[in-house]
Each structure stands twice: as structure tokens, then as C-alpha cells.
Design a binder for this molecule. Structure first.
Ligand code: FES
Length: 566
């Protein structure tokens, strides 16, 4: 796509007469009350993902006004347009299934409509990666504006934030420690403002990654959704979008090998969401930059955990913002980062950090590099005969006592099987066993939901068991915790060895050796056939068909094959 300034002249509708096309376009634009003069301005499109099915974006009308103000002040014409929005908890079977659809929508609407630059307004889990994937593919100057995190609520004097505390209270309810009346009371206090989940879940991790990679304005990732600074950031984003018009600083240039490595460092230092690995792999893939799990482990070994937020630590996003936010974190990581990466402001990361003269840092939330919360990164990749193409463990959210563990497999062949049997008093399971969930990966009909956080079987939970090794080809919410091996690749539905595990098999996990092994010899495994999934028939129409035909594995970011650069 060309980046010359064209305003409404860009990409004319084809009537076989260009002058007539422009005449008609201007006429219809003027029907919306625009003057002829303002229609001569360069156009900034604003991809607005406000939706009644997205609680996290409910403040977007106010943010949108601030973006428009910034664009107008800087001499541009702001024109908003809707795209698909993905409200995490309102989508079935899982929002990840629709991330690629949203990325197509974003890419094509940027390309098809007359705009010289675009502001991407996103926030809830899959919206930021979808917009970045689409923007990288579209190649037009773009700047991201995130929703910002929710503020915390209160329950009996205790701070609550979605969604780590949702899971904590639900686990206590399942264990009989909290009654139905109290759990209903808690329900009303978990998500109390607009904005994305209040902990370092997927949305917050992706916002921080977007800043680390250079796609949002400096210092804006962690501003709470309801803070006045969020509106000031929105106004500044509008100005920045106008400044980008005609420039070569496009998302496909901002996202490169070095900036992706910076983003991986930040992800590890945050102890961020496992989902972010999939999303970052997909975003980088659109720019032709590979992300491998070997590379990931190398970075993990040399990147300390510097942030103390739930679900790994204690704080919430509002604390991270008050503690110094991304500026403080990037200053600590400076010796590990590629500083010559260009950002949406046109400045390099080095220039950004040189301009940053903030000196206050709350060390209970953001540690100094010499005194980290953990000496190594919060996430680690595992390999072995159970996961030939890798699996992920969030060691910072896991019980270190289970890092070197061998146990007997208790297998659930699908999510339906899990739901039917996990709380059955007759289920044969011991605390030292390993729970295995099959057929919940990207190639399954469930499309890789956040089901990897298998509940502790009720009869063990009631005995006080808080953690067990759990293995699946599913994902886990960024707000969850436990010794949970995820994203096993290839997944069971695409013929991976996970589908061959049987009840009673022995499995060995070694975080030290980065291994996940099924202790069954090859000859015996070759005799086994994976059971067919109950819903294994291929979809015959619509998006489900496209998904089934094009979906790639977790190691390729679960993108669609035809969307990767050729
Ligand atoms: Fe939107 Fe958690 S539900 S970020």
C-alpha cells in the first residue's frame, strides 16, 4: 500500500470514471455535514471496537472523542469505523477462534477505505493481537491505543481484581470454603470499572508488549481505563497518527526481529501471559519474523522477572502504573534490549529512554535488575516425546515443588469428558497423579480454549490439594496459576502424541531439563491409535470451514496459513 497523502482520494470506488468517483464520494461525505475544506485534509481512520458485548471497551465513546480531538488539532480529519470486537467472555467456543477473523476485518477495512493513517482502539485479550496482525499486513502507518486496565473492587476489606481473584474465589467455593451467598456477592465486585482485566493477564501483557514493540505511545500501556491520563493519551495518539502520515514508519517495519526480541524480553520480565507467546508469534509471523521456542528459552534464561503483579505476585495493574509502569521496566531492562528499534513516535527506543527522566519507582512492584523477584524469566518452553514441537509452562505461576515430577496419567479425552468426570466421587485420582486433557488444541472443534487450567478434582480440592501437574494442548487464561503445561504441539486433534496417552501411563516433567516425556516405549506407542473426537466431522461451510482448513499450530501462532506473507 502506498503511503502518499491522499485523504478521500485514496482507493476510489470503481465506476470507470475517477473524477466522477471522487465527486460522488465528496458529495456523500458532505451529506454527513463536512465542509469542502475539511474534506481536503488527510484522513485518520479510527478502528473502533466498542461493542455491547465487550465490557472492557465500554469507555470507548469517551476515548474516541479524545482521539478525534487530537487528530483535528494536528490538522487531520478523523473518521471512525467499526470492526469486529471480541469480548473475551461473550464468545463461544472461545475468542481465539475469531482473532484471525478480526485481523482480516481490520486489514481489509484499512486497505479498502480512504485513510492515510489509522488509530487502532483495542484492549480486551484478542483485540490487540488481531489489530496488530491486521495492521502489519495492511502496511499503512498505524498507532495503537489500548483500553487500559480496570480498577480493583473491594470485598470485606480485601482488594479484588478480574480475573485471578475470580478463579481464587471459585476454587474456594468448589472446596466448600465460601458459600453461595458470598460467591454471589464477590461476583459483583470482581470487575467494577471499564477497562481490561486488572492483573497481568493477557490483555495487560499484550498492552505492555505493544508498547515494548513500539506500536503505542510511550508510557501509555498501563494507564488505568478511567484515569484522566487515559484520555490525554487518546488525544496524543490522535496527534501521533497525523504525524505518521506519509512516513515510512509502518507496522511492518516497526515489527522486526529486534523489536520482537524486545517484546519477548518484556513478556518474560513481566511473568506475563502464556497466551502472549501465541499472539506475538502470529504478529511477528505477519512481518515474516519467526519466533522459535528455542530462542524463547535462551531469552528466558537471561531475563529476570522484575514485576510483582497477580497472578504471579501481589499487585494489580493500577499499582504497576503508580509504580512507574512500562518506563520503569524498560529502564531496568535497557542493557538487554535492542535500543535502535524505531517506535510510532519516530524515535528509537534509545531516544525514548534518554528522554525519560522519571526517577520514582516503587520497588515492591518493579524490582531493580540486580535484585529481581526471580532470576530467570517467568515462562519456559518444554520439549520431549509428548511435545515434539514444544509446550509452555508458566513457572512463575507454578508450584516449584512440582518442577521435577513423575506421575501417573489420569486422562480426559475431551472437554465434555472432563466436565462429566472431574468431580465424580468415583474418579480414581491421587494428588501426585498428572491430569491430561486431550483434544482441546487449535485443530479441535473447541479451537484451543482457555481450558488448560483443569480444576483440581473436587474430592482432592476438599482435602486441601491446591496444585497438581496438568497437561493439555489448550491455553490458559493469563490470569490463572498452577503447574500447568500448555500448548502441547502438535495437538491431539492433528495427530500429536498427546492423543496417545492412556490412563495409567507414567509421565515425567523436568523444568530443569526443559523436558516433558511420556514414559512409554516407541514400539508400544506405535500400536496405539488416538480415539476419534466425538465432533470430528469437518465443518462444511462458513467461517468454521475456513478455520478448519487454514489453522496453524501454536508454534506458528495459530494464524491462518493463507494470511502469512508468501
Ligand atoms: Fe476483557 Fe479480561 S475480559 S481483558
Amino acid at each position: 500500500m502506498t503511503n502518499r497523502i491522499a485523504g478521500l482520494r485514496r482507493g476510489l470506488t470503481n465506476y470507470g470514471d475517477r473524477d466522477f468517483s471522487l465527486y460522488l464520494r465528496r458529495s456523500f461525505a458532505r451529506s454527513m455535514g463536512y465542509s469542502r475544506e475539511i474534506l481536503e485534509r488527510p484522513v485518520v481512520g479510527i478502528a473502533n471496537t466498542g461493542s455491547g458485548f465487550n465490557n472492557c471497551h465500554r469507555h470507548f465513546p469517551e476515548m474516541l472523542e479524545a482521539v478525534k480531538r487530537g487528530v483535528l488539532v494536528a490538522g487531520g480529519l478523523p473518521i471512525e469505523f467499526p470492526t469486529i470486537s471480541l469480548g473475551e467472555v461473550f464468545l463461544s467456543p472461545t475468542s481465539l477462534k475469531y482473532r484471525n477473523l478480526m485481523s482480516i476485518d481490520t486489514e481489509e477495512m484499512i486497505r479498502a477505505q480512504p485513510m492515510d493513517a489509522v488509530v487502532l482502539m483495542g484492549g480486551c485479550d484478542k483485540t490487540v493481537p488481531a489489530q496488530l496482525m491486521g495492521a502489519v499486513s495492511a502496511g499503512l502507518p498505524a498507532v495503537m491505543l489500548v483500553a487500559g486496565p480496570m480498577m480493583t473492587g473491594r470485598h470485606k476489606g480485601e482488594r479484588l481484581g478480574a480475573c485471578t481473584d475470580c478463579r481464587r474465589f471459585w476454587a474456594r467455593y468448589r472446596a466448600g470454603e465460601v458459600n453461595a451467598e458470598e460467591i454471589a456477592e464477590v461476583e459483583g465486585n470482581l470487575a467494577v470499572t471499564a477497562g481490561t482485566c486488572a492483573v497481568m493477564g493477557t490483555a495487560s501483557t499484550m498492552a505492555c508488549i505493544a508498547e515494548a514493540i513500539g506500536m503505542i505511545l510511550p508510557g501509555t500501556a498501563a494507564i488505568p481505563a478511567v484515569h484522566a491520563d487515559r484520555l490525554r493519551a487518546a488525544e496524543a495518539t490522535g496527534v501521533a497518527a497525523v504525524n505518521l502520515i506519509g512516513s515510512a514508519v509502518t507496522p511492518n517495519r516497526i515489527v522486526n526481529q529486534k523489536s520482537v526480541e524486545n517484546a519477548l524480553r518484556v513478556l518474560l520480565a513481566l511473568g506475563g501471559s502464556t497466551n502472549a507467546i501465541i499472539h506475538l508469534t502470529a504478529i511477528a509471523g505477519r512481518a515474516g519474523v519467526p519466533v522459535t521456542l528455542d530462542q524463547f528459552n535462551r531469552l528466558s534464561d537471561t531475563t529476570p522477572v522484575l514485576v510483582n503483579l497477580k497472578p504471579v505476585g501481589n499487585g494489580y495493574m493500577e499499582d504497576f502504573f503508580a509504580a512507574g509502569g512500562m518506563g520503569a521496566l524498560l529502564r531496568e531492562l535497557k542493557p538487554l534490549l535492542h535500543l535502535d528499534c524505531v517506535t510510532v513516535t519516530g524515535d528509537t527506543l534509545r531516544e525514548r529512554l534518554e528522554d525519560d527522566d522519571a526517577d520514582y519507582v516503587d520497588r515492591t512492584i518493579i524490582a531493580a535488575r540486580e535484585q529481581p523477584f526471580e532470576p530467570q524469566g517467568g515462562l519456559v518452553a518444554l520439549f520431549g516425546n509428548l511435545a515434539p514441537k514444544g509446550a509452555i509452562l508458566k513457572r512463575s505461576a507454578a508450584d516449584a515443588k512440582l518442577f521435577e515430577h513423575e506421575g501417573t496419567a489420569v486422562v480426559f479425552s475431551s472437554l465434555e469428558d472432563l466436565a462429566a468426570r472431574i468431580d465424580d466421587p468415583a474418579l480414581e485420582v491421587k494428588p501426585e497423579d498428572i491430569l491430561v486433557l486431550q483434544n482441546a488444541g487449535p485443530h479441535s472443534p473447541e479451537a484451543m480454549p482457555e481450558a488448560g487450567y483443569l480444576p483440581i478434582p473436587k474430592k482432592l480440592a476438599q482435602r486441601g490439594v491446591k496444585d497438581m501437574v496438568r497437561i493439555s494442548d489448550a491455553r490458559m487464561s493469563g490470569t490463572a496459576f498452577g503447574t500447568i503445561v500448555l500448548h502441547v504441539t502438535p495437538d491431539a486433534a492433528s495427530g500429536g502424541p498427546l492423543g496417545l496417552v492412556r490412563n495409567g501411563d507414567r509421565i515425567r516433567l523436568s523444568v530443569k531439563e526443559r523436558r516433558i516425556e511420556l514414559l512409554v516405549d516407541d514400539a508400544a506407542l506405535k500400536q496405539r491409535v488416538a480415539p476419534a473426537h466425538p465432533d470430528a466431522q469437518k465443518p462444511t461451510r462458513g467461517y468454521a470451514k475456513l478455520y478448519a482448513e487454514q489453522i496453524l499450530g501454536a508454534d506458528e501462532g495459530c494464524d491462518f496459513a493463507f494470511l502469512r506473507p508468501q
